[in-house]
Design a protein around this ligand. Structure first.
Ligand code: ADP
Length: 293
């Protein structure tokens, strides 16, 4: 792996240079929430310029949201990703940075990164679920990502879940994302009248043994566990790697594993932490770019 990769999430924007399979330089800034698409692209351009991206580099870009077969970028949950409606991102990046980019969804990139280089190695087929600003995922069969012209495979956050009872920004009712994501965890706590800023505060309260926080975190974990067993039934996954800041928070994976253990054995699936942590999307995006170019 050599080249430059970018991971544009709902919360943070990371970019890295890789040389011979090794990440040698990494930059990260908060994703600009104001200023729409322009602000995001400007920030992205600054990071890849700082990493001295050139035309000989493989250039992989992972973004939150859906990327269709033509390299157009769309938000699915309009509340977590604003200002992205059918954006010709591939063309825009070429204009801005002068290098052709291979673009993909960020969770699919992380799935590929973990399957090829991380916690998914040796498990085929392998799934990945990120529990972060939203909930996303990806599926890797025989080392290759499950793809479709719509760019939808992996959007597990928009499947229905029995723990959910609200609409989410996708327009669907009762989605996994609406009950399990970091955004949902914070929103549910606020609805209960709790004075918190983000999911981090809810996890802090959970660790301090507060009952209200235990209910919220465990409901999120149970919802993810239900989705894992559904995926086992649907795709026969051998292992599901769990990432994202919520997924990687201390104690969360144990809750998911405990809930899975309560399902009939046939539908139980091994779960493990993403070992590439917050770099999984960067590895996957670059690896995909190398294969495509
Ligand atoms: P992105 O969605 O940009 O990929 P993350 O994976 O960091 O970013 O997810 C961000 C979400 O995770 C936010 O909702 C944030 O509040 C929550 N979060 C961040 N750190 C923690 C933590 N240590 N414990 C629990 N939740 C966290």
């Amino acid at each position: 792996l050599s080249g430059v990769a970018v991971d544009l999430g709902g919360t943070k924007l990371a970019a890295a240079r890789f040389i011979n399979d090794t990440l040698v330089e990494r930059l990260q800034v908060p994703t600009p929430r104001d200023g729409g698409l322009e602000a995001k692209l400007e920030c992205l351009t600054e990071l890849v310029t700082a990493l001295k991206l050139t035309a000989v580099d493989a250039f992989g870009v992972a973004v939150a949201g859906r990327v269709d077969g033509q390299g157009n970028w769309h938000s699915v949950n309009h509340k977590t990703l604003t200002g992205v409606t059918s954006v010709p991102l591939k063309d825009m990046l070429l204009d801005r940075v002068g290098c052709p980019a291979v673009i993909m969804n960020d969770a699919q990139a992380a799935a590929l990164g973990e399957a090829r280089f991380g916690a998914g190695k040796g498990a085929d087929p392998c799934g990945f679920i990120t529990v972060s600003t939203g909930v996303g995922g990806g599926f890797v069969f025989g080392g290759n990502m499950l793809e479709a012209p719509s760019g939808l495979p992996g959007h597990i956050g928009f499947t229905r879940n029995s723990y959910a009872s609200r609409f989410c920004g996708s327009g669907r009712f009762g989605t996994l994302e609406s009950v399990a994501s970091g955004t949902a965890i914070a929103r549910i706590a606020k609805d209960l009248g709790r004075d918190i800023d983000s999911a981090v505060d809810v996890f802090r309260a959970w660790n301090a043994g507060e009952g209200w926080a235990k209910t919220i975190v465990e409901t999120s974990a149970c919802a993810v566990a239900e989705a894992c067993c559904d995926l086992r039934a649907l795709l026969g996954l051998e292992r599901i790697v769990i990432g994202g800041s919520v997924g990687l928070a201390s104690g969360y994976l144990d809750q998911v594993a405990t809930a899975i253990a309560g399902e009939p054995e046939l539908f139980q699936v091994e779960v493990s932490h993403a070992i590439l942590g917050h770099d999984a999307g960067l590895y996957g995006a670059l690896s995909h770019a190398k294969r495509e170019s």
